[in-house]
Design a protein around this ligand. Sequence first.
Ligand SMILES: Cc1cc2nc3c(=O)[nH]c(=O)nc-3n(C[C@H](O)[C@H](O)[C@H](O)COP(=O)(O)OP(=O)(O)OC[C@H]3O[C@@H](n4cnc5c(N)ncnc54)[C@H](O)[C@@H]3O)c2cc1C
Length: 390
Amino acid sequence: MAGGRAFDVLRKKSPTPVLLLGDEAVSPYNRPDLSKRYLLDQIDEDRLMFHARDHYGGENAAFRAATRAVGLDPDGHRIQLDNGAKLRYRQLLIATGGSPRRLAVPGAELPGIHYLRTLPDARALRDGLRKQPRVAVVGAGLVGLEIAAAARDLGLDVCVIDVCEMPFPLLGESLGREIQAVHETRGVAFHLGTTVAEFAGDGRLERVVLADGTVIVANLAVVGIGIAPTSQWLSPVLGAELANGTIPTDSFGRTSLPDVYAAGDVCRWIHPHYGELHTEHEAVAQNQGMRVAGNMAGEPKPFDMVPYAWSDQYENRLRTVGLASIESADTSRTFSGPGRAMATVYLRGDELVGAATLDWPAFMARITRALRARPGLGFDDRLLAELTGG
Ligand SMILES: Cc1cc2nc3c(=O)[nH]c(=O)nc-3n(C[C@H](O)[C@H](O)[C@H](O)COP(=O)(O)OP(=O)(O)OC[C@H]3O[C@@H](n4cnc5c(N)ncnc54)[C@H](O)[C@@H]3O)c2cc1C
């Protein structure tokens, strides 16, 4: 998503030719829909694409699909491709995203076990869900719970397993428990505080055995336990700089290597206000891709977007802005709004550093505006009244 958006900026602004390389078979597309509308047959593959394929041709611009970069020679300004070719670059943007973390337990290779990152993954999952299976979702994070919601919308029997005691523990207990309740009301069963010990079955998945001894009958499992940044191919040149696999950059997207930039899920960058950040969210990836491309094209500005993320589960909308995590904050406070609406704000001392809302769009819109306009904003009763519309 970062690379696709960067390409659009560079083809307009770069004085030199732009080449987009991707190891998938298709041109850039909207990944978030893969766990939502796509599983419910509510969006065609054509409409997932950022642009029609012919958008990527033309003067000074080209796209090569199914082509993987496997090595980087920073001194020679060359990248090595999986077909043996070497390409010279003047400037390079690395936006290789991440790939799902695998669950290494007995039976992990049984047919019926899915991961979801790419369009082919989504096709396989959608086809599997059409066979009316009993579904086990491993991981109560954003992708796992969206798949659980889609599977319930399809009328399937669904359970969710997570090693944590609640979904989204970093958002704090109130929101975590409320999101769990949203799913329980829809008939999802949770197995929390435990993990998968084994996938079992005769030639394909039939049962999921948990560490606490529970045996779940399931013939389709989806594992959504996070991603690992796709940066292994850079370890010979970046080595120890790759903390947790992420590529460090400054606020402009520059890495430590000459003329090499990075953006999206694969990087961690210095935010001018919040300091070092790593996010795995589409709005950040797309905006960062565009901003870093602008920097490469000679219009330098730091990437200072206040991070924003979203998740749709059934008709419920979870939104976060800023540093929405109890780990980034000294304290958090939760407020209730109309109906199911709920908001948690995260504070460092008196400073408001982030917020998360469930079904409270007005609160989210106001707090996002406030954080963008006034970084370092103090949180007090007047601001609270403004945010709650009181
Ligand atoms: C199912 C799903 C649902 C999501 N839903 C949401 C959501 O609701 N809200 C939200 O904020 N975020 C969501 N996200 C996260 C969001 O999609 C990511 O943050 C975003 O895609 C990151 O963009 P990126 O460009 O960094 O990486 P990607 O979009 O992963 O793009 C990286 C590309 O690089 C390719 N690549 C990797 N290595 C190489 C190589 N060596 N050579 C060539 N190409 C390579 C990859 O195949 C991929 O095509 C979701 C993600 C998934 C998978």
